[in-house]
Design a protein around this ligand. Structure first.
Ligand code: TMP
Length: 214
């Protein structure tokens, strides 16, 4: 039996983590079993790679090194956690996946989406998400949200320029055109309850096909 692979994407400050946490509480309260995980990270080796990539002091890191480390972290997480869960028919909800690499490293870092896709194809094989929720936010609003959120970790990529974050958003918009059947865009500038309702509506069809009512 095949599981269901759901990913969440978005620029900094879109509220991804809050929404994924709300979905976790909601599915638990409704007796729907899902595995919640994140990238880069989710398991020990990938969390260790995350620390190297995101450490503020690693300013010398080359863009291709960064892309390769994200792909390495992704591979290990996939093999250790995501693939076994999908193979046993589970629902996996992952905070970020390949689209982040295509957009941040491919588009915003100018490595090209094609070359980042090639590296990632080697890492993930056929394991693309079934459905991706893209939380859209203007980067200025997103960055002002994260500067107010004192509990949030600030990482090396957060410290990039506003232009970089504008390119991230542009990159996501290009991906939506490329994968219109997989990626659903949701306006994340609204308040969190409204965004969460829109996310539930977007996911209902996939859960229904999977035999569950969300
Ligand atoms: P997070 O803040 O959502 O935990 O993500 C960590 C940072 O890593 C965020 O700035 C986005 C970035 N990132 C990439 O640049 N490429 C990737 O492939 C992934 C998964 C994350």
């Amino acid at each position: 039996m095949k599981g269901l692979f759901i990913t969440f994407e978005g620029p900094e400050g879109a509220g991804k983590t809050t929404i994924v946490e709300a979905l976790k509480r909601y599915t638990e309260a409704n007796g729907i079993s899902c595995i919640y995980t994140r990238e880069p990270g989710g398991i020990s080796i990938s969390e260790q790679i995350r620390d190297i990539i995101l450490k503020e002091e690693n300013t010398l890191m080359d863009g291709k090194t960064e892309a390769l480390l994200f792909a390495a972290s992704r591979r290990q997480h996939l093999v250790e956690k995501v693939i076994p869960a999908l193979k046993s028919g589970k629902i996996v909800v992952c905070d970020r996946f390949i689209d982040s690499s295509l957009v941040y490293q491919g588009y915003a870092r100018n490595l090209t989406m094609e070359s980042v896709m090639r590296v990632n194809s080697f890492a993930i094989g056929e394991y693309m998400p079934d459905i991706t929720i893209y939380l859209d936010i203007d980067p200025e609003l997103g960055l002002s949200r994260i500067s107010k959120n004192t509990g949030r970790e600030i990482n090396r990529l957060d410290l990039e320029t506003l232009d970089f974050h504008k390119k991230v958003r542009e990159g996501y918009k290009l991906l939506i055109k490329e994968f219109p059947d997989r990626i659903i865009e949701i306006d994340a500038s609204k308040d969190m309850e409204e965004v969460f309702e829109a996310v539930l509506t977007a996911l209902r069809g996939s859960f229904k096909e999977f035999g569950l009512s969300l």
